[in-house]
Design a protein around this ligand. Structure first.
Ligand SMILES: CC(C)(COP(=O)(O)OP(=O)(O)OC[C@H]1O[C@@H](n2cnc3c(N)ncnc32)[C@H](O)[C@@H]1OP(=O)(O)O)[C@@H](O)C(=O)NCCC(=O)NCCS
Length: 162
């Protein structure tokens, strides 16, 4: 699938493949390491059958990734999606790429009948909080010592219209 960001730079979405492992792990090390060994954690998530991992790329160059799990059982109401991670290369941040990627993940979730998207982000991660609140997420909870390195986290939720 092809789209464009604010700068009108062309970009693509694709499911992550084996040769994206280094990109995902290295970007996670850059942006999530202060919270825990997420360079390794994300690789574990990648192997889970329930996790959908999407790369946003400009041509052959990956710019960011996002990971989503789905609670798909029909008896679970409301059906929820959990955004496990989203990251954009620091030099490409603030160009609308994260928004395009998040919208793409919401579109995938809707296709599976997901009615609510949930995620956790660190209390001290102001850029992520602004990003998610700008995208329509609301704070619905919190947990002390959520991350392996001890930081507190906020739970955010967004209802997805079908
Ligand atoms: C959060 C993240 C994915 C956002 O990606 P992005 O491509 O930079 O986001 P966008 O350019 O689409 O930003 C959309 C809006 O979010 C808000 N926002 C994004 N980055 C921000 C920042 N550093 N400070 C304040 N607001 C910010 C703004 O409202 C922005 O709109 P604007 O640029 O018109 O003001 C990116 O900053 C990132 O990879 N951070 C490190 C990893 C992380 O913390 N992930 C989230 C937890 S899993």
């Amino acid at each position: 699938m092809v789209g464009s960001v604010r700068s009108m730079e062309a970009f693509d979405f694709r499911l992550a493949k084996e040769n994206d492992l280094d990109f995902i792990s290295q970007l996670s090390a850059r942006v999530f390491l202060k919270y825990g060994a997420y360079d390794e954690t994300v690789l574990g998530w990648l192997l889970e059958p329930e996790v959908i991992t999407v790369i946003i790329a400009a041509g052959a160059d990956p710019l960011g990734f996002a990971m989503l799990t789905l609670e798909r059982e029909k008896w679970l109401e409301p059906r929820r999606g959990h955004l496990l991670a989203i990251g954009v290369l620091p030099k490409h941040q603030r160009k609308g790429i994260g928004t395009a990627l998040l919208e793409h993940m919401e579109k995938i979730a809707r296709k599976y009948g997901i009615e609510e998207m949930l995620l956790w982000t660190a209390v001290d991660n102001q850029q992520a909080l602004s990003f998610f609140q700008n995208a329509g997420f609301h704070i619905v909870g919190s947990e002390d010592h959520y991350y392996p390195r001890g930081q507190a986290a906020l739970a955010l939720s967004k209802k997805l219209s079908q």
